[in-house]
Design a protein around this ligand. Structure first.
Ligand code: FAD
Length: 324
């Protein structure tokens, strides 16, 4: 019998929704392994635990320590290792958020075990092996990975799986952990605070307006920002603009950037290469603006505007503002 544990990431006030997505998938895996599903809820302040049970956890390991008030990975690593050593789960799932991406490798290193990052699928095969599925070779193949080490850690992108169904009748156990942490912040707090200031949260946006290499110069990004602000949306970008330093990497949409699923995604001057599509093709409505009618993005767009973005975008802003 093997157990599954989900790291319930939180910001001190509420649990990140990726944790509910992981609980949904975790429940499926635990049932196939005929094991238990637990959640590790580690925080600086008291947080409600019952929601994690309603979302499928059989047990919630709950640890509070003032050193967890700030998102310092070294402290969270210590706390999570403490829980893992007491519970001994076979499978550990962590959200591939900024914080999870930084925490998971530290935990894997400390446990001297493997980590499969950014999984897009997880399963258990008929021999009860944990199968971690993720794109490889620029997204051209889906690798099915089995680890030889134990426990097995995987990170999963936010919005990859649906949230676990909520069942208020579900019963579970809350185990309070007495964490005795050193509380070492190693000077990391200032850097993290700065990073959080820049947080973009593209994944939660209802509207994303993204610019690509169709933009001729950095200042022209104002056009994209203008349309995003008219629609109260967030700004995205293709990778070349990020690589050129026109915009922070937190705005990059795609295979090596963020995966978004807004109600409306505007692709302005973006050709629609597979690595960009990997991050936005599941958007409800895709509107592409491109002056090349044969651009691949039009195959995925619900609405296509063939034209020069320098004319189309200002006209869209003008008409939208007129309608308001
Ligand atoms: P281009 O492909 O150059 O397209 C520009 C488009 O703008 C063209 O279609 C052109 O017709 C149009 N255009 C030009 N002028 C105008 C105008 N005036 N008005 C309207 N349209 C105009 N890319 C990402 O975006 N995200 C990723 O996460 C990512 N990860 C990658 C990971 C790996 C391992 C690799 C190898 C690549 C990755 N890439 C990623 C890069 C990707 O392969 C493409 O190079 C990139 O997406 C192209 O960006 P683009 O569409 O902005 O530029």
């Amino acid at each position: 019998m093997s157990d599954v544990m989900v790291f319930a990431e939180n910001n001190g006030e509420k649990v990140h929704p990726v944790s509910y997505e992981l609980l949904g998938k975790g429940r499926e895996l635990a049932d196939k392994l005929e094991g238990e599903l637990s959640a590790a809820l580690l925080a600086g302040e008291k947080l409600p635990t019952e929601e994690l049970i309603y979302r499928g956890a059989d047990k919630v390991y709950y640890g509070i320590d003032s050193s967890l008030n700030e998102p310092v990975e070294t402290n969270y690593k210590e706390a999570l290792l403490d829980v893992i050593s007491r519970v001994n789960p076979e499978v550990i799932l962590i959200g591939a958020t900024n914080f999870g991406r930084s925490l998971a490798p530290r935990v894997a290193m400390a446990l001297d075990t493997s980590l499969t990052a950014d999984c897009t699928g997880l399963d258990i095969d008929e021999d009860k092996n944990f199968i971690q599925i993720r794109p490889a070779f620029s997204g051209n193949i889906l690798a099915h990975i089995k680890s030889r080490t134990s426990p097995q850690l995987a990170t999963v992108r936010y919005r990859e799986f649906p949230e676990a169904r909520r069942d208020e009748g579900k019963k579970g156990e809350v185990i309070e952990m007495d964490l005795s942490l050193d509380g070492d912040s190693s000077g990391g707090i200032e850097i993290l605070k700065e990073e959080h200031g820049k947080k973009v949260n593209l994944e939660d946006a209802e509207v994303v307006v993204a610019g690509g290499r169709g933009l001729k110069k950095e200042d022209d990004f104002e056009l994209i920002e203008g349309l995003a602000s008219t629609l109260e949306g967030k700004v995205g970008a293709s990778r070349p603009l990020v690589d050129d330093g026109w915009i922070d990497r937190a705005h990059q949409v795609g295979y090596s950037g963020r995966r978004v699923k807004p109600r409306i995604y505007f692709a302005c001057g973006i050709s629609g290469q597979s690595q960009h599509l990997a991050g936005m093709k599941d958007s409800d409505i895709i509107i592409a603006i491109n002056n090349d009618p044969s651009a691949p993005i039009f195959e995925y767009a619900n609405y296509g505007i063939v034209g020069d973005l320098y004319e189309v975008v200002p006209e869209l802003i003008r008409q939208l503002e007129e309608d308001h």
